[in-house]
Design a protein around this ligand. Structure first.
Ligand code: ZN
Length: 318
């Protein structure tokens, strides 16, 4: 078996991405193996690996005769298409109603016990986080007010108010003190979080990245990955695209307006913009914009013609 030559973490990733299913016939539960698409068993680059069932794998081994040989290019096409499908299926499966009744009652029981423990220990901040996590904002806000009566440290004030999305209630001098203190301690990640809290997304991104660069240089791979993930999950990236959109709109720069809207996923705004700027786009000679306009207007035939035109215009010099 060629599988032995594949590093286990790469094998695991390929299997996960393919949902342990043959990318060609896509029949679940069949015995599978990892196939080297280019036929070179030492090339374990993830892009060279595909999950195939034994039947489909045989198809790749047959050359000539009556059987249709499954060649590398075909496997690659099947593979790309399948991986995309798996991602989409996983996204669809995520909704909460999949959680079983038992799991819910277990969660409820745990939630009640935890609240009791925190209350007994007078751990108001933990209680606040707890109610926040289970979505009970009334109780969360009640305990936030209680916690604030005890003159908590600066970082608690910012944290509690930002949970409520009431950054406007954080006293200015507290924010200043926090920023000074974290900068002095080179605590970039927490500084980044603070900037998220107060809605300064440029500085937030800057400090997340500063922290990640430092972690990478010092070999703290877990931290680097953790804060990159946090950066991606926070509203920072979206906010930067929104700022880019505002800037390109102010400058009347249509191309970057379109790109920002695409990245934001604001489809109906994109459609409206394209139709509004129809005349400008038609005069622009920009084929990509014209294609988008054709799609926005529902002109399939025009879109196909433009794509063909675009394909013909590509000439590589090598
Ligand atoms: Zn198969």
């Amino acid at each position: 078996m060629t599988r032995l030559s594949i590093p286990p973490e790469i094998a695991a990733k390929v299997l996960f991405l393919s949902d342990r299913t043959c990318c060609v016939c896509r029949r679940k539960g069949k015995p599978i193996q990892i196939h080297h698409i280019d036929g070179n068993p030492t090339n374990s680059d993830i892009n060279n690996l595909a999950v195939l069932c034994l039947d489909c794998h045989n198809e790749t081994q047959i050359s000539g005769g009556f059987h249709r040989k499954l060649d590398a290019e075909q496997v690659r096409l099947y593979q790309d298409d399948w991986l995309n499908l798996v991602v989409r299926e996983r996204e669809l499966k995520r909704p909460i109603d999949k959680v079983s009744k038992e799991e819910r009652s277990l969660e409820l029981e745990l939630a009640t016990s935890l609240a009791e423990i925190y209350r007994e220990n007078n751990e108001l901040e933990l209680l606040v986080i707890h109610y926040h996590n289970i979505g009970n904002t009334d109780l969360r806000d009640k305990y936030i007010e209680e916690a604030l009566k005890n003159n908590p440290p600066d970082e608690s004030v910012t944290f509690l108010r930002s949970l409520q999305k009431r950054r406007d209630l954080i006293p200015k001098e507290i924010i200043e003190r926090e920023i000074n203190c974290m900068s002095k301690n080179r605590d970039w990640s927490n500084l980044a979080r603070l900037y998220v809290d107060i809605g300064d997304y440029k500085k937030a991104a800057e400090n997340y990245i500063k922290g990640v660069i430092e972690d990478l240089r010092e070999g703290n791979l877990f931290s680097a990955a953790f804060y990159l993930k946090e950066l991606a999950e926070e509203e920072v990236i979206e906010a930067l695209f929104e700022m880019a959109l505002r800037e390109s709109t102010a400058k009347g720069d249509l191309w970057w307006q379109v790109r920002a809207l695409q990245e934001l996923g604001w489809e109906s705004e994109l459609k409206d913009l394209l139709i509004e700027k129809k005349e400008k786009i038609e005069k622009s000679g920009n084929i990509s914009l014209q294609e988008l306009l054709a799609m926005a207007e529902g002109k399939r035939e025009a879109y196909i013609q433009l794509r063909k035109l675009e394909a013909k215009s590509i000439h590589r010099n090598w």
